[in-house]
Design a binder for this molecule. Structure first.
Ligand SMILES: NC(=O)c1ccc[n+]([C@@H]2O[C@H](COP(=O)([O-])OP(=O)(O)OC[C@H]3O[C@@H](n4cnc5c(N)ncnc54)[C@H](OP(=O)(O)O)[C@@H]3O)[C@@H](O)[C@H]2O)c1
Length: 253
């Protein structure tokens, strides 16, 4: 019997695919690496510390290439290394980012330095990455960009207002980039709610408890579920581009 259609999309879509995960050592990124490797992809991780993870249970990608997403020269060097070694990108996952937990009413805690760091890392950097890697994606097989956004862009909540604004900027720009790179390259943004990772500096358990309480499904989404959504957007949702998919246990409702 032939393999079912959906399984075939996954197996043929990931086998020998060149998957680049920027932020691939993080909570979500490492799950994307794991699931893409399980499906037979060649997975390249971009990270400021481009060494293999040292824990024995970590999933090892095929290559680790240094990148600081806040430095255009570093992004260009990363692109040149990919060009030389692989010549194309089939799936680009932009998952690197950062935030700080700041009480929503304490506007004075939003220093200029913090605003610049959060907006540069979460909004400007992915746009520079998409610009600099567009050529490699145009050379790819069924190429797609999957950006990690956040439901904070939709709710205006989340860890702080600069973070919500940065993800809203990414979402809007991604629609424009989806138009610019069509019909060859698709662009899909995945929007999780708060997850149990080390992502937000100084986030306390109270925030996580409040997220669970406010979510329709009364639980958090997991990093595994978010990574699965990334892979589905890349290879199953073949008519989807220029939009967001919420993976938030109903937190936005
Ligand atoms: N966790 C959540 O609650 C949550 C909720 C909604 C959306 N998201 C989004 O999901 C994405 C990933 O979150 P996560 O939970 O996996 O976070 P994480 O575990 O903190 O991983 C993020 C990764 O970003 C990388 N990074 C940060 N600044 C960088 C820079 N300047 N250059 C290169 N890499 C940089 C870090 O990698 P290196 O240190 O190796 O460079 C880090 O491993 C983020 O975009 C975030 O906005 C997260």
């Amino acid at each position: 019997m032939n393999e079912p259609y959906i399984l075939n999309l996954l197996t043929s879509g990931f086998k020998d695919a060149v998957v680049v995960v920027i932020g691939g050592k993080g909570g979500i990124g490492s799950q994307v690496v794991k699931q893409a490797k399980e499906l037979g992809a060649t997975v390249i991780v971009g990270s400021r510390t481009a060494t293999k993870p040292d824990t024995s249970d970590a999933v090892i990608a095929d290559a680790y290439i240094p990148i600081d997403i806040c430095d255009t020269a570093s992004i260009q060097k990363f692109a040149a290394t990919l060009q030389e070694k692989y010549g194309r990108i089939d799936i680009l996952v932009n998952t690197a980012g950062l935030s700080y937990q700041i009480p929503p009413n304490n506007l004075e805690l939003l220093t200029d330095e913090m605003l610049t760091e959060v907006l540069d890392t979460n909004a400007k950097a992915p746009l520079v990455i998409m610009r600099e890697l567009a050529g490699l994606l145009q050379a790819g097989q069924d190429p797609v960009i999957v950006n990690l956004s956040s439901i904070a862009a939709h709710t205006g909540g989340g860890s702080n207002l600069a973070y919500a604004a940065s993800k809203a900027a990414l979402d809007t720009a991604s629609k424009a980039i989806a138009r610019a790179l069509a019909p060859k390259v698709r662009v899909v943004n995945i929007s999780p709610s708060a997850l149990d990772t080390d992502f937000v500096r100084n986030r306390n358990s109270g925030f996580i408890d409040a997220t669970i309480k406010a979510s329709a499904l009364k639980r958090l989404a997991s990093t595994t579920e978010v990574a699965t959504a990334v892979l589905c957007a890349a290879r199953l949702l073949t008519a989807t581009t220029g939009t967001n998919i919420f993976v938030d246990a109903g937190r936005h409702l």
